[in-house]
Design a protein around this ligand. Structure first.
Ligand code: SAM
Length: 276
């Protein structure tokens, strides 16, 4: 059995390789961010209205990857913007993209669980989005970290893959089948993947293939946030996903994907807004 330190070391190496893979094309819309000083990522654009006037506000983006959403907060007026991630390679790309986009963002190399020790100050908005909770073993400790970073009256926002979506197995040739646990387990699911979710056959293959993931039920996530001291303002579930694990079963609509047939069968994302 691996230790927690080994889980995170494997995931860091895996995400360093994924960052190179993700930068090989324009999957994250980096070209648009650099060339159009008004632009923000499509992922952030769908939610930016929720945060009101950001002028003078402080924002921390946890698990910021290439910093594409992070840049958008600086572009929409936030006075202090911090992006934090476990992958040092992701952050090297993020710093370069932010510099070329002409925005000032602080990037911090840290495990989410160590964010409070590694970042000074508190934040009006803690934001985390799309592909985040599956990399974290302990949801209660995560929720406590979120609250420790928030200023009084501050807001928390998460949009992520729905845990029910994450229970479905890869082989959908005979339809959708529940194969993985819906609830948080003590041990991770360990995968060996040489590709990422970007659906680009020409992208470089991942060498550090081993990665460890966890699922957390909606009840576990909401309860952890409440126990950590937050007031939940809304919980939404959507039939849309940011990525396409089953090309034969899904259609693209704008920048998101949904099931071709009866999309109301399965929630693919959830959104939680909360405040302190
Ligand atoms: C799917 S990406 C998030 C992408 C984000 N939605 C975006 O648009 O840029 C997941 C990120 O989580 C980071 N990550 C994984 N485990 C982490 C941890 N324990 N602490 C901090 N970051 C972590 C990875 O390095 C990766 O950059």
């Amino acid at each position: 059995m691996l230790t927690e330190t080994e889980w995170f070391a494997d995931n860091q190496a895996n995400w360093n390789d994924r960052a190179r893979t993700h930068m090989s094309g324009n999957y994250y819309g980096v070209n648009e961010l650099i060339t159009n000083p008004e632009s923000i990522s499509a992922e952030l654009a769908q939610d930016i209205h929720r945060f009101g006037n950001l002028n003078g506000k402080s924002v921390i983006h946890l698990q910021c990857h290439l910093g594409t959403d992070t840049i958008g907060f600086a572009r929409r007026g936030a006075k202090r913007v911090v992006g934090l991630d476990l992958s040092d390679t992701s952050l090297e790309f993020a710093k370069d993209i932010a510099a070329k986009s002409g925005v000032t963002v602080e990037f911090v190399h840290s495990n989410v669980y160590d964010a409070r020790e590694n970042v000074e100050g508190s934040f009006d908005l803690v934001y985390t989005s799309l592909g985040v909770l599956c990399w974290l073993p302990d949801i209660e400790k995560w929720a406590e970290t979120i609250v420790s970073l928030m200023a009084p009256g501050g807001c928390f926002f998460i949009r992520d893959d729905h845990p029910m979506f994450m229970t479905i197995g890869d082989d959908v040739s005979n339809g959708l089948k529940i194969e993985q646990s819906y609830f948080q387990l003590d041990q991770p699911l360990t995968w060996e993947d040489e590709t990422s979710y970007i659906l680009d056959d020409n992208a470089p293959k991942i060498k550090a293939k081993r990665n460890h993931q966890w699922n957390h039920s909606i009840g576990e996530i909401i309860t952890a946030l409440i126990r950590a001291g937050l007031t939940i303002d809304s919980v939404e579930e959507t039939p849309y996903s940011a990525w396409c694990p089953w090309p034969e079963l899904m259609v693209k609509e704008g920048h998101v994907y949904r099931l071709k047939d009866a999309p109301e069968r399965l929630p693919l994302q959830f959104v939680i807004c909360a405040h302190k």
